[in-house]
Write a protein that binds this ligand. Sequence first.
Ligand code: ACO
Length: 344
Amino acid sequence: MSPASAPRAGALRPAVIAGTGSFAPERVMTNQDLQAIVDTTDEWIVSRTGMKERRIAGPGTATSDLASEAARRALADAGLAAGDVEMIVVATITPDYPFPNTACVVQDKIGATKAFCMGLEAACSGFVYAVETARNFIAAGAVTNALVIGAEKMSSILDWQDRATCVLFGDGAGAVVLKAAAPGERGILTASLGSDGSLTDLLLVPAGGSRKPATGGTVAAREHFLRMSGKEVFKHAVTNMVRAAQTAIARAGLQVADIDWIIPHQANLRIISAIAERLGMPAEKCIVNVQTYGNTSGASIGLALDEAVRDGRIRKGQKVLFVAFGGGFTWGAMVLEWAKGAEG
Ligand code: ACO
């Protein structure tokens, strides 16, 4: 198990989220629609997960298409021209290609010609990992802004014959623009990241990488689809998300009661409720949209953040906690002081 990332000392440049954007494909797939595909019921899905519907991208749409639309919206919100973006990070487990990375594809689509581009693979923790990565580039003075996107076409890696997984996920994208903070702005305060690579087998796509390249056999065995041991994942998710959140909050010199909003990875309503309860945080402080989007993996926190900012729930000066858990296993939490819009 790797140690959580340590807090930095010294006067590094803080970063703020200067704009948010999100995008989800138009097509809605309801629990009733799923009943026609696999042996499931609306009652089972709602009671186990809280999910009622999810968005599914069409066959001609790739992850970069979702990412680019979310990116355009975040850039417009931040008032930053695509041509002035210095760095693009795309967190995804459903890239357009094994290589090149999806951020390069996004760069071309949005015309961010000056940016350098990287992909980041940390499954459902990808958005938190990507924001923390870009934040450190800004803190070090390497860039003054960055476009960070979590985007997934989860429907492309789902086994539509496996009722235990195909009902859980959806497609979408969430993006933020980070900028070096102006004097007096605080923005991102702290983060706590961690991983446990000994539990890889509990949540993975078994084939298609260098360990098991694609063959007729891997396709026939359905090994290019996501596999998950749901119960095990559930336990590890709750334990590690609570611990990461507590660490990030303590590093910021705050108490749980100081947090105005928690934006958890939208894996499952029961996981979100368990985390809130263990942290001692009222359910009303949780931003939840799992009922409409399902689990969009690396996209989920960015998507929920954008909705909550645009509908006026998150306001300037408020403390916001991101917390995520995903395949790897990976987990991460981040505490921010919201620096944009009307005072809270
Ligand atoms: N409809 C109806 N029945 C189902 C379905 C379904 N869609 N799926 C499974 N079942 C059945 C099972 O076959 C099993 O039946 P059995 O008892 O006859 O064998 C029964 O329901 C119970 O199955 P469990 O897997 O034990 O159900 P559980 O209560 O654990 O709930 C769930 C399953 C929702 C997947 C839960 O374990 C969970 O949320 N786990 C965490 C998943 C998660 O968050 N993953 C994302 C992590 S992040 C990432 O990186 C992708």
